[in-house]
Design a protein around this ligand. Structure first.
Ligand code: FES
Length: 119
């Protein structure tokens, strides 16, 4: 079974995010002004969960640890880890890497994730 129910559309308002653990995948679901998106919850820099990260500019998730920022729609980094000063030394071995994104299905207001097509 690769399609798993997450929640209902009405469970999130625009600007909200919610974390799920499904079949060993840690997923962050976001509601943006144009719909729902999902990425891996763990930052690709040093794996910190971004469940408590800030959603900035309406469509980017900022990691709470070193402030790497990712486009929620594509998973691409828009700003790599840059806090605290000196973290750039670590970045020599922790290169920019996008977040995995997931395909969502919405049926009768119910949101599901299809784990067979994660990108
Ligand atoms: S763990 Fe996320 S920016 Fe370092």
């Amino acid at each position: 079974m690769t399609v798993h129910k997450l929640c209902n559309e009405t469970d999130l308002n625009i600007g909200d995010k919610k974390a799920f653990k499904i079949a060993d995948e840690h997923i962050l679901l976001y509601r943006l002004d144009d719909g729902f998106y999902a990425t891996q919850a763990g930052c690709t820099h040093l794996f910190k969960s971004m469940e408590k990260g800030l959603l900035i500019d309406g469509d980017k998730i900022q990691c709470p640890l070193h402030r790497a920022t990712f486009d929620v729609r594509t998973g691409e980094p828009t700003l790599w880890a840059h806090f605290p000063p000196g973290i750039q030394l670590l970045n020599k071995v922790r290169k920019e890497k996008p977040l995995k994104t997931y395909t969502l299905k919405i049926d009768n207001g119910e949101i599901s994730v299809d784990l067979s097509v994660a990108a």
